[in-house]
Ligand binder design. Sequence first.
Ligand SMILES: [Zn+2]
Length: 77
Amino acid sequence: MAMYNRGLKDSYIEMGVEYVEIVGDAECGGICLDYVDGEPIRIADAEINVELPPYHPNCACSFVAWEETEVVENPEE
Ligand SMILES: [Zn+2]
């Protein structure tokens, strides 16, 4: 999974994606849910195994391109 996510990170950077958000996998048993908060993570600053999954052996979490429109719930704030 680590190799997969590393390639995924490179692909997003090549695509011009600046931010990603974590997608948790239920098989991780909740260990990773602390990371799944919908907060955008700046991919250029993010390290695999630290900010980006996998967070532990056999971690099945991944990440997707973050879209700004998905999280703007209170534009007046
Ligand atoms: Zn996980």
